[in-house]
Design a protein around this ligand. Structure first.
Ligand code: UD1
Length: 354
């Protein structure tokens, strides 16, 4: 039984870590890893493989950056040969990036069966490239591994109920394991932040926030005006766009650092007073770790995080400070994201349907 995983971007490496572990525990599974090369910086890619002990990719398509069409097209062109050589029982695609869509399209065109991990998430925002990637992938794939009941409902509404299986969320498997292993170890925060005092952690990388200079300027100004220091873990897109627009990121409460390795990020989030982000994964990690989150977007795919005010959507940057400094909720966080065994369930589902 052969599974071929297609990954390329930072959040996919975390999900891959869980699946690679679960596949290794099943004696008779051959697991081939294809890295598209969408993320190529050491901090965006290599450290994830090292820290999460993921086997090195068997293939790297090295497509690099580019417009959506060029990047996705380069992956498609590279995948034909890979699928011809490996002829997997299942091609497994993860999440919602251009690598997900390219892996899916190439496999269905080669008549290879495709399973989509993290199926059924919807923002209902057609401006997001990730939304196109999710919808197209779900409709093309043969097996939809959904993380939550809400995701199942979305798939059923689109006529995809028969192909759906709710497994729980594989990022939860990794997050909970890593959080335990780093608890109490030294934090790696940008210089100027005292880890013994309250601090916030932020990541901003979505095109909607970075590519409009006025909006980006307003977001950075509100972060710089916070009453507690904030570690801004800057994605390359944020750094590039801020530089183009002449917006200094460092200043006031903001201390800029490089993206953190996954265990360091999890440690920072579990110790932080607050998280500010436009990332999907980080909203959920904040929820799992009991840190209040402010999400700089008009909607979220992880709607369960909004329960009991653990996560708030902030559309107007002027209201960001109030959201960040709100008291930590005392109400419970129901276990919407599974029991930490989603990866085992996912691999078992593939074996049973091989
Ligand atoms: C991608 C995903 C997004 C995910 C994010 C996680 C799509 C459409 N988007 O967005 O869903 O949340 O990854 O990080 O697939 N760059 C580098 N070095 C790198 C990678 C990127 O410098 O290793 C720069 C390049 O200038 C590139 C830009 O960042 O043009 C954007 O990278 P890209 O992979 O296209 O999209 P992300 O914004 O990272």
């Amino acid at each position: 039984m052969k599974i071929l995983s297609v990954v390329g971007a930072r959040p996919q490496f975390v999900k891959l870590a869980a699946i690679a572990d679960a596949a290794a525990q099943q004696g008779d599974v051959e697991h081939v890893i294809v890295h598209t090369g969408q993320h190529y910086d050491a901090a965006m890619s290599d450290v994830f493989f090292a820290d999460l002990r993921i086997p090195a990719p068997d293939v790297n398509l090295s497509v690099g950056s580019g417009s959506h069409g060029r990047q996705t097209g380069a992956m498609l062109a590279g995948m034909d040969e890979v699928l011809e050589e490996h002829r997997p029982d299942w091609t497994l695609v993860y999440g919602d990036t251009n690598s997900t869509l390219a892996g899916t399209l190439s496999a269905v065109k080669m008549h290879r069966r495709v399973a989509h991990l993290e199926a059924g998430l919807r923002s209902f925002n057609r401006r997001m490239p990730e939304e196109h990637n999710r919808v197209l992938t779900d409709h093309a794939a043969d097996l939809l591994l959904a993380p939550t009941e809400v995701a199942r409902t979305h798939l059923a509404a689109e006529g995809l109920a028969e192909r759906t299986l709710v497994t729980g969320d594989v990022m939860t498997d990794v997050c909970l394991r890593v959080a335990d292993s780093v608890r109490g170890t030294a934090l790696r925060l940008p210089g100027g932040i005292d880890p013994a005092q309250p601090f916030a952690v932020a990541t901003i990388h979505r095109a909607d926030n970075t590519d409009d200079p006025d909006r980006l300027r307003a977001i950075i100004a509100s972060l710089q005006a916070l009453d507690i220091p904030l570690a801004l873990l800057a994605h390359p897109r944020l750094v590039a766009r801020a530089q183009d627009a002449g917006i200094p990121l460092e200043g006031g409460a903001v201390h800029v650092g490089d993206p953190l390795a996954y265990p360091d990020l999890i440690n920072a989030v579990q110790c932080a007073r607050a998280v500010v982000t436009d990332s999907g994964g980080l909203q959920k990690e904040a929820y799992l770790l009991g840190t209040p989150c402010s999400t700089v977007r008009t909607e979220t795919e992880w709607v369960e995080t909004l329960d009991n005010d653990w996560n708030q959507l902030v559309t107007d940057p002027a209201t960001l400070a109030d959201s960040v400094m709100r008291p930590t909720p005392t109400a419970e966080r129901p276990p919407h994201y599974g029991d930490g065994k989603a990866s085992q369930r996912s691999v078992t589902a593939l074996i049973e349907r091989a």
